[in-house]
Design a protein around this ligand. Structure first.
Ligand code: SF4
Length: 383
């Protein structure tokens, strides 16, 4: 495999309260549990000291949950532990997710001083009725205050997370949210379609409701959003991710390019030297010192080639045939030539040459049917 930098992910599983659609590993917790967790995180990170070889760390991502429930001092302690145990590149991207309603100016200044350079604010919508349907703790005004404070604290790389495809969502409502957000000019916008997860209050309310959007309605909203964002100077670089020039999220790019990552905290998923594993999802076990992989999968060459294709084809840049050949020492044409030609003939894939290299990427229709396209690259056993 190609030698690359390492990425780190830190999971902070605490939230003020559970949102109506959420099935992530997160729950409310008091100060004492949060402090215990931070201590345990630092211990887990220290366990990896010297185990990642010579690989420098080029990105660190704090996700959740709600990382902004940590104090500035706690963030600083975790980042200091990371710096003591790994070598960060000079320009390492250090991101943290935050939720409006959990942020103070003091904390923002401390996060910045601790080394956080990129923040991702979970807005979801500027429409009060949509925020309340989603069970978010904030309103649009709280988001605006949070955004303004972040700018004042000196953050010049901000992502805003949005959600679309909500039950009964009108085109005008999404357009209004997009207009209000792009008027603020954040560097990056993520726009995810709502997935109605079983066992969530939103599922119980809407699973059988005629308010759920049809596939066609959802796609029409998405196409409108992509066009609006492109027009405002946000380049779509992945199905759900849009950025101004120079502000693609390095961490997310790393996932789609199969760069290795170590993850810390409960339920955290790691990928290193072609092995994927997950931490325990039990908070009490984790706090008692259980850092061992709860499960582990050793990827075969076939698994790795399939992943390279279906993750890479989520990006608008697509995959590079020469990189595939260098990574796997296999001829692209022999492994995937036929299926690539078939999907090009169906209008789902396209090819281009750039700098002497050959790329394959999804067309607009291919991005819409990304699961189907990705599925076409699954190989028969023994292939
Ligand atoms: S803030 Fe995010 S992680 Fe927390 S409950 Fe809401 S959706 Fe889930």
């Amino acid at each position: 495999m190609i030698d690359t930098d390492l990425m780190l992910y830190v999971h902070i599983p605490f939230c003020v309260r559970k949102c109506a659609y959420c099935d992530f590993l997160s729950a409310p917790a008091g100060d004492a549990v949060r402090e215990q967790y931070v201590e345990e995180l630092c211990r887990e990170i220290a366990d990896y000291k010297g185990k990642a070889g010579h690989r420098p760390v080029s990105s660190v991502f704090f996700g959740g949950g709600t990382p902004s429930l940590l104090t500035g001092e706690q963030m600083s302690r975790i980042l200091d532990t990371i710096r003591n145990c790994f070598t960060l590149t000079e320009d390492a991207e250090i991101s943290m997710e935050m939720n409006p309603g959990t942020v103070t100016m003091e904390n923002l200044v401390q996060y910045k001083a601790a080394g956080v350079g990129r923040i991702s604010i979970g807005l979801q919508s500027m429409q009060e009725e949509e925020l309340s349907l989603l069970g978010r703790i904030h309103d649009a005004h709280t988001f605006l205050e949070c955004y303004e404070m972040a700018r004042k604290a000196g953050f010049s790389n901000i992502n805003v997370d949005l959600m679309m495809g909500l039950p009964g969502q009108k085109r005008e409502a999404l357009a209004d949210t997009l207009k209000k957000v792009t008027d603020l000019s954040p560097e990056h916008i993520s726009l995810y379609s709502l997935i109605l997860e079983e066992h969530t209050p939103l599922y119980e309310t809407y699973a059988d409701s005629d308010k759920l959007l049809s596939q066609e309605e959802d796609r029409a909203l998405y196409h409108m959003a992509v066009a609006m964002l492109e027009e405002k100077g946000y380049h779509q670089y992945e199905i759900s991710n849009f950025a101004k020039e120079g502000f693609f999220c390095r961490h997310n790019e790393g996932y789609w390019r199969r760069r290795p990552y170590l993850s810390f905290g409960i339920g955290a998923a790691s990928f290193f030297e072609e092995v994927r594993w997950n931490n325990t999802s039990s908070l009490s076990d984790y706090l008692a010192g259980d850092h061992a992989p709860a499960d582990q999968e050793i990827l075969t060459l076939k698994d790795a080639m399939e992943e390279f294709m279906f993750l890479g084809l989520r990006t608008t840049a697509g995959i590079c045939r020469e990189t595939f050949e260098e990574a796997f020492e296999e001829d692209y044409e022999t492994v995937y030539g036929e299926v690539t030609r078939k999907l090009i003939a169906q209008g789902l894939l396209q090819e281009r040459e750039e700098g002497g290299k050959h790329f394959v990427s999804c067309t607009g229709e291919g991005l819409d049917l990304n699961n189907l396209v990705g599925g076409a690259f699954l190989l028969e056993d023994g292939e």
